[in-house]
Design a protein. Structure first.
Length: 423
């Protein structure tokens, strides 16, 4: 979430909380009470009881003798009622989305506060070869809950000459597998245990003595808010299960994966997280709202949309960082194009190894898609690295930047050597 990180954290948290509360106030209750309308049996019985008049019984007719009565005002306003219901569903989905994004943001911030420096040491130490880089990318992305955060961190380290461009390629590949781990967690349906995590997070946050321990509490709270947001979206979208236009749209996305991928890419660019997009798709698919072909198409688009913030992160970072961002784009884009052509085969393979839960099938499809892509590309990393070095050659500004960084490192080393003498 590169763009969000550029905002002041306190300001963003305040605005998110205000938007969340406002949306929840506008959104009607999730469990509305039954209200008696004028002319309903409940009111008729009440009026008859107060006036000591027996209830009037409607004459019984057979189907052939049923008289044709004029439409009641309630039936005449059926279209208007449907529009009001659609508004309620939209507001419910917005409330869930706000809660979900706020939870994801707090989760990412808490994880970064807890282990960002540790992740930097891990990335710089265990990326000696491409296979170790892939494993490191998987671990880092699983821990940070965002491939964008991992890759932006890698881009910053490449720009600072802590990592080389070649070392960064394996981490980028591993981050694509790591982001699929989050979808697997979402598909486990652990909502029943989320309140325990949130209560534990609240205790840790208020009773923690250090900033790191408090950040751990924020992680648990963010994790719970993320799941509750998904549950709110699922509940709001429930009427769409029998809504024919929506079902036709999902069917068309399955028949036309390019359209589904475009939708997934645009939505991911807007909310700045492919993990969030796939998590929403997995949740809706598990409820029967999205079929597997449409879910795969949206997932493929999310893989492309996540490249937007990493490309923005390369601005002003030098040629090596730009190569890393372009590799991420080329890999995800080429994989998505290939995945669109092979979507039917991917769906068949996923159904063969998964159960009947469509949400689990979408999560497994993402894991298969990213895993197969990494296996295919990892052997060609040296060739790809040389091609990108020719495409984006080193400039004079890059050499000047490297010289300044080298001078800073030498000055820091001298200060460390002189420190014991001054004590």
């Amino acid at each position: 979430m590169f763009i969000l990180k550029k905002l002041n954290r306190k300001l963003f948290s305040y605005l998110s909380l205000v938007l969340l509360v406002t949306t929840l106030l506008i959104f009607p209750p999730a469990f509305p009470t039954q209200v008696s309308f004028l002319g309903s049996p409940a009111i008729t019985s009440s009026v008859n009881a107060q006036t000591n008049q027996p209830e009037s019984k409607e004459p019984e007719f057979s189907d052939s003798q049923q008289p044709k009565l004029p439409l009641s005002p309630e039936e005449q306003g059926e279209g208007e009622e449907e529009a009001i219901d659609f508004f309620k569903m939209a507001m419910g989905a917005i409330a869930g989305l706000v809660l979900f994004i706020y939870g994801v943001t707090r989760l990412a911030e808490g994880l970064e506060d807890v282990g960002e420096e540790r992740m930097k040491r891990l990335l710089s130490k265990f990326t000696t070869n491409r296979f170790a880089g892939v494993a490191t990318g998987i671990v880092a992305t699983t821990f940070l809950e965002s491939s964008s955060v991992t890759i932006i961190l890698v881009i910053a380290m490449v720009s600072a000459s802590i990592l080389t461009f070649v070392q960064s390629l394996g981490v980028v590949l591993g981050s694509n597998i790591g982001t699929a781990v989050g979808a697997q967690i979402i598909s486990l349906n652990i909502e029943l245990y989320v309140p325990i995590l949130m209560f534990s997070g609240l205790l840790v946050f208020f009773l923690g003595k250090t900033a790191r321990i408090k950040s751990l509490g924020i992680v648990l709270l963010g994790f719970g808010l993320m799941f509750y947001g998904l549950e709110a979206i699922d509940s709001a979208m429930e009427p769409f299960r029998d809504y024919e236009p929506f079902l036709n749209l999902m069917e068309s996305l399955g028949r036309n994966p390019v359209l589904g991928a475009l939708l997934g890419a645009i939505f991911t660019v807007i909310i700045q997280s492919s993990s969030a997009t796939v998590a929403i798709v997995v949740t809706l698919a598990g409820s029967g709202l999205i079929a597997l072909p449409a879910g795969i198409a949206i997932m493929l688009g999310a893989e492309v949309g996540t490249c937007a913030d990493t490309l923005v992160a390369t601005i002003g970072r030098g040629s090596a960082a730009l190569r890393t961002g372009l590799f991420h784009l080329f890999f995800n884009l080429s994989s998505a194009v290939l995945g669109i052509f092979l979507a039917p085969q991917l769906a068949q393979l996923t159904q063969a190894i998964s159960g009947d839960d469509v949400g689990r099938q979408v999560a497994n499809a993402q894991m298969l898609f990213n895993g197969i892509g990494v296996v295919v590309v990892i052997g060609f990393l040296p060739i790809i690295a040389r091609a990108l070095e020719k495409l984006v050659p080193e400039t004079i500004a890059d050499r000047e930047r490297q010289q300044r960084q080298l001078e800073k490192q030498q000055a820091k080393a001298k200060d460390l050597q002189a420190e014991p003498l001054t004590r």
